[in-house]
Design a protein around this ligand. Sequence first.
Ligand SMILES: [Zn+2]
Length: 284
Amino acid sequence: MKVFYRPEQVATSDLPSPSALKPKLVVADWLADPGINAEICSFEPADTKTLCLAHDAAYVRGIFSGRCENGFGNTNTDVALSLPFTTGSMVAAAQHAVLHHEVVCSPTSGFHHAEYADAMGYCTFNGLMVAALALKHAGLVDYVGIIDCDAHYGNGTDHIIKKLNINWIEHLTMGKHFSGSDDAQGGRFEAWLDQAIDHCRDCDLVLYQAGADPHIDDPLGGILSTEQMSWRDRRVFEQLGHLPLVWNLAGGYQVTGGDTEAQRREPILALHRETARLHAAIFG
Ligand SMILES: [Zn+2]
């Protein structure tokens, strides 16, 4: 399993979301797991020009100069420095997926609430949209699918699609349709995902947010059972795994007891570990 990871994509300051630390934790977890044949791939950070494909240039400059607040509501330099690497991971993973016709992983979060010129909800730059636009501009794709299975509505993705008048992206976001476990029962989540998958069958690239926060025990999600979570990943991989596909981490907020950050985040790591093991079992 190719994982597009660089240590620079991790922001280390004390932040209100654990997502900025997650790449480091999941990568360590996967490298220690014999069931996951993780291969770390390096990449170049996204440059300002690339970020400006999906964002207002003054906003992008403002984030790096500290004039604009990031998605955590602060102007911390270490967050700004990490951002070209989080989006760079997604761009590089998408390029690799298309050029080699593979399914690969970008261990990233913090994209889908970021609008054209606004950060919100722990998201500063919309790496999903930057990657889609970068590949489109490079002539590598005509039609892109985004299946967003984070628990929350990908408002930023919709905002940029509308702002730039884009008609070549299929954007399916579960957060628009499910807000609690009652919504997802009686086969309703399964029917929604199958429909989302059908919309992406003709895409040249699929970006799949395999979020951990829809899990029933997540304090900010609470929608899908453990069985539904595994079914979800298997369904996407089996139905769309013949296409170039990148999956990423998106949100996840469960915490448990423990001395180390990895121990405290074990419920989230366990969910991502299942996705990674399934990837390894299906695609190697
Ligand atoms: Zn979320």
